[in-house]
Design a protein around this ligand. Structure first.
Ligand code: PLP
Length: 452
């Protein structure tokens, strides 16, 4: 309550702007994910690792545009690329030479030969699933229970859907219910998407066999190699290799959704980090220096369906020259090997600092991190899948309360993050030791307050 009062006292202009915006914008925001309690903090500008709100407060940004701003705000390299492109025209709907250069670089990083561009993560996963369905002539989509792949119908199923926390509604690990994530999604589409637990290849194979017996074998398995929407959840040793083996054996297209992992955990994302290559791969965040962008990587076999026109992979703004100019500068000049080494150093430092605080105050908490991403989990249960994330209604209530308190505590002390246990911090290449140490310092203050 104290921290909430403090936030409200500090941010009257954010509140005012949100109230005024509500007249013309539904609930005062451009996307429902921007709507937070008690109201969204309105951001005026950003530079490097810092942002400033409409009340003039400065923050170190650990939210970084939901993981898109790994190159830091108003990065001059990206700015120059955009400024150079603008006078030449920003959009033609015809090929620009740079698109092939960016595609070649993505191929080098992620190990897939053919690419197409989109404008978001959702468009990328939508296209990936369509290609997989066309490749197999099947309709069923298999995903991981609790994972998020964007806002199109096929994947708005068993995400953080109402009822998932209730074992009566969600069913068992071997037979999860397909639960719609919000209204407006036809039940027939929801039923076409089947979810299985993360880190359990045997359960995946059993479900595939059951579905095959019912005459609805999946077209694809779409998954994050490391889950990034329940905090950070690592694949257990051997799991991804087993998934690769099972999908190959059953003729199912394996899609790695690298919208969060790709470009954020390594130069070549999870594919590089864990050494398993899918048939189709999606990226988006961190691709074009904060401009809306996305890409789909494919094998030659998958690409043939696009090339033959059997699958229409289209979009007015796909490969937009402005976006592609930003992506080119970002990939070749900003997200270099040195940049990833710097991010790894920063993440090691922040994780070690937080672990020291946890030990010092004997907190029931642990940390998980990789590349530019990481989080503190207010629980002593290691998270390996949705069920261990959820633990129990009581434990969930406590961890949610602690996460919310940590968020308020951070914001009131100039550390900006997305609220919610499912989100992680995102470091940028412009963060340094001082920024990271400030995060740890505020966490120490929180721990002291909790122990007091
Ligand atoms: N896939 C993953 C793993 C994501 O985390 C997200 C967004 O957070 C998406 C897809 C959807 O991306 P977008 O919001 O750009 O449509």
């Amino acid at each position: 309550e104290q921290e909430l009062t403090k936030l409200i006292e500090r941010t009257p202009n954010s509140k005012k702007r949100w109230e005024e915006a509500s007249t013309h914008l539904s609930s005062g925001v451009a996307s429902s994910y921007q709507l937070i309690e008690p109201y969204p903090i309105s951001i005026e500008r950003g530079h490097g690792p810092r942002i400033w709100d409409v009340d003039g407060h400065e923050y170190i940004d650990y939210m970084n545009g939901f993981g898109a701003m790994i190159q830091g705000h108003s990065n001059p390299v990206i700015g120059e690329a955009i400024a150079e492109r603008f006078p030449l025209g920003t959009h033609f709907g015809a090929p620009s030479g740079d698109a092939a250069i960016v595609a070649k670089e993505l191929g080098r990083r992620f190990g897939l030969p053919k690419w197409r561009f989109t404008n978001s993560g959702s468009e990328s996963t939508m296209d990936a699933i369509r290609i997989a369905r066309a490749m197999t002539g099947r309709d069923t989509v298999m995903k991981i229970f609790g994972s998020y792949h964007g806002h199109h119908d096929a994947v708005m199923v068993s995400v953080g859907s109402a009822g998932m926390d209730d074992p009566e509604i969600r069913g068992t690990r071997d037979n999860y219910a397909s639960i719609s994530y919000g209204g407006g999604i036809p039940q027939s589409i929801v039923d076409m998407t089947v979810a299985v637990p993360f880190n359990d290849a045997e359960a995946m194979e059993r479900r595939i066999e059951e579905l095959a017996n019912e005459g609805r074998k999946p077209a694809c398995v779409i998954m994050e190699a490391a889950m990034m929407n329940l905090g950070v959840v690592f694949p257990l040793p051997g799991y991804l290799e087993k998934v690769r083996e099972i999908t190959r054996k059953h003729g199912i297209v394996l899609i790695f959704d690298e919208v969060k992992t790709g470009l954020l955990i390594a130069a070549g994302g999870a594919t590089e980090k864990f050494g398993v290559t899918p048939d189709i791969l999606t990226i988006s965040k961190a691709l074009a220096g904060g401009l809306p962008s996305g890409a789909v990587g494919m094998t030659e076999e998958a690409s043939k369906l696009v090339e033959s026109g059997e699958v229409n992979q289209v979009g007015t703004y796909n490969g937009n020259p402005l976006t592609i100019a930003a992506a080119r500068a970002n990939l070749f000049e900003v997200l270099t090997d040195d940049a990833y080494a710097h991010l790894a150093h920063l993440n090691d430092r922040i994780l070690a600092g937080c672990n020291e605080v946890i030990a010092k105050y004997d907190l029931i908490a642990h940390t998980v991190g990789i590349g530019a991403k990481g989080c503190i989990v207010f629980s002593d249960t290691p998270v390996t899948d949705y069920e261990s994330y959820f633990v129990s209604a009581e434990a969930m209530e406590l961890t949610t309360a602690l996460t919310t308190l940590a968020w308020l505590f951070n914001v009131n002390r100039g550390v900006f993050m997305a609220p919610g246990r499912e989100e992680e911090w995102t470091l940028s290449v412009t963060h340094g030791d001082a920024e990271v140490d400030r995060y740890v310092e505020v966490f120490d203050e929180l721990a002291a307050a909790l122990r007091a």
